[in-house]
Design a protein around this ligand. Structure first.
Ligand code: E4P
Ligand code: PEP
Length: 361
C-alpha cells in the first residue's frame, strides 16, 4: 500500500519461540558427581594420548546419530560391558551425536527435531539430549559429540569428554572460535573435498585466545574471551578426492603438521569419505589402521567408528517414525554390534604390537 512502511528487519523470520536457558536445563538435569568424574577422566585420558603420555588408541565409537534414546542406551550398555576387555589398549569414548550437518537437506538431529516429524520441539530436544548424555555417563563411558550450533555447548558441554568440528565447518571462523573456548579436546575434520590443510589451520587458530559473541550459561548474549584450546587435532575422514586413511596419506598429514609446527598426530575416521559411507568398508579401513599402528606408527592416536545395534541404515519417512527398525541408523550406515567388537579387538591387538615394536627399538 502506498505510504505504509515496509518492514526492514526479521522479514524472513516467520516464527520465534522461547528457548529454555542452559542454566535452567542444567538445574533440571544436574550432572552427578560420579558422572562428572567420568567426564574428567575421559578428558584427561584423551589429553594424555594427544600429548604422547598414554600409548593407548583413542576410539570414538557409536551411532552416526542418536534418534531413539532407548536404542542409544542399549548400545551404551553393550559397549560399557565390553570396554574392560580392551581398556589397557584402547581409550573408548562413545559417539553420542545430536547435531547433524547436512550436505543439502535432511533431519538435523535429535536436538533440532526430537519427534522426527518436522515439529522442531527444540526445548524437548535439548532435554532429551542432556538426559541421554547423563544416562551414557552413568554406564561409566565418556561421551563424544559434534558441536555444530555455537549456542548448544552451553547446554551439554559439561557432560562431554571429546568434541568434533565436522568436515563442513572446520574452515568456519565461528567454529574455530568455539573450539578455542571448549573445555575438552577437539578434533577438526578434513573438508568434504578432501583438503587437510584447512583442518591443520583450524588447530593453529583454535589454540589461541579469541574474542567473539556468544551466550552465557544464563542464555544472555555476551562478548566472550577464550584462552585457546591446546588439545585440538586433525581427523582424516577422506573426501571427494578419495580415502586418506592409508600410510602415505597419514605420512603426508603428519608432514604438514610438522611444517606448521604442530604436534604430529592424527585420528582416522573409518567412515564417511574413508568408507564411501559403506558400513562394510569400515572394518577394512580399521584393519589398515591397525596394521599401521602394529607397524609402529605413533602418529595415529585415534580411530572413529560409526556403529549401532543393527548394521546399515534406513530412511526416515516423514510421518512414519513409528515404523523405524529398532537399533538401526537413520543417518549414515553403521557397522552392527558383532563386527564392531571384532574391530575393537583388532585395534587393541595393533596397540599391543606397537608397544612391542617400541620395546625392541
Ligand atoms: O555423518 C553424517 C552425515 O555424513 C552428514 O550429516 C552428511 O549427511 P548427508 O550428506 O546425508 O546430508
Ligand atoms: C557429519 C559427520 O562427519 P563429517 O563431518 O566427516 O561429514 C559425522 O561424523 O557425523
Amino acid at each position: 500500500m502506498p505510504g505504509s512502511p515496509r518492514a526492514l528487519s526479521d522479514v524472513r523470520i516467520t516464527r520465534s519461540r522461547p528457548l529454555l536457558s542452559p542454566a535452567l536445563l542444567r538445574d533440571e538435569l544436574p550432572l552427578p558427581d560420579e558422572s562428572a568424574q567420568v567426564v574428567v577422566r575421559g578428558r584427561d585420558d584423551v589429553t594424555r594420548i594427544l600429548a604422547g603420555e598414554d600409548d593407548r588408541l583413542l576410539v570414538v565409537v557409536g551411532p552416526c546419530s542418536i534418534h531413539d534414546p532407548e536404542a542409544g542406551l542399549e548400545y551404551a550398555r553393550n559397549l560399557a560391558a565390553f570396554v574392560p576387555e580392551v581398556a589397557a589398549d584402547l581409550c573408548v569414548v562413545m559417539r553420542v551425536y545430536f547435531e547433524k550437518p547436512r550436505t543439502t537437506l535432511g533431519w538435523k538431529g535429535l536436538i533440532n527435531d526430537p519427534d522426527l516429524d518436522g515439529s522442531y520441539n527444540v526445548n524437548k530436544g535439548l532435554r532429551t539430549a542432556r538426559k541421554v548424555l547423563l544416562d551414557v555417563l552413568a554406564t561409566g563411558l565418556p561421551a563424544g559429540c559434534e558441536f555444530l550450533d555455537p549456542i548448544i555447548p552451553q547446554y551439554i558441554a559439561d557432560t562431554v569428554s571429546w568434541g568434533a568440528i565436522g568436515a563442513r565447518t572446520s574452515e568456519s571462523q565461528v567454529h574455530r572460535h568455539l573450539a578455542s573456548g571448549l573445555s575438552m579436546p577437539v578434533g577438526f575434520k578434513n573438508s568434504t573435498g578432501g583438503d587437510v590443510q584447512g583442518a591443520i589451520d583450524a588447530i593453529g587458530a583454535a589454540a589461541v585466545s579469541h574474542v567473539f559473541t556468544g551466550v552465557t550459561e544464563d542464555g544472555v548474549a555476551a562478548i566472550l574471551t577464550t584462552s585457546g584450546n591446546p588439545d585440538c587435532h586433525v581427523i582424516l575422514r577422506g573426501g571427494q578426492t578419495g580415502p586418506n586413511y592409508d600410510a602415505s596419506n597419514v605420512t603426508d598429514a603428519l608432514g604438514r603438521l610438522a611444517k606448521a609446527d604442530l604436534r604430529e598426530h592424527v585420528v582416522v575416521d573409518a567412515s564417511h569419505g574413508n568408507s564411501g559411507k559403506d558400513h562394510l568398508r569400515q572394518p577394512v579401513v580399521a584393519a589398515d589402521v591397525a596394521t599401521q599402528v602394529a607397524g609402529g606408527q605413533r602418529g595415529i592416536v585415534g580411530v572413529m567408528l560409526e556403529s549401532f545395534l543393527e548394521p546399515g541404515r534406513q530412511n526416515l519417512v516423514e510421518g512414519a517414525a513409528d515404523e523405524l527398525r529398532y537399533g538401526q541408523s537413520i543417518t549414515d550406515a553403521c557397522m552392527g554390534w558383532e563386527p564392531t567388537v571384532e574391530v575393537l579387538r583388532e585395534l587393541a591387538a595393533g596397540v599391543r604390537a606397537r608397544r612391542s615394536v617400541a620395546r625392541t627399538n
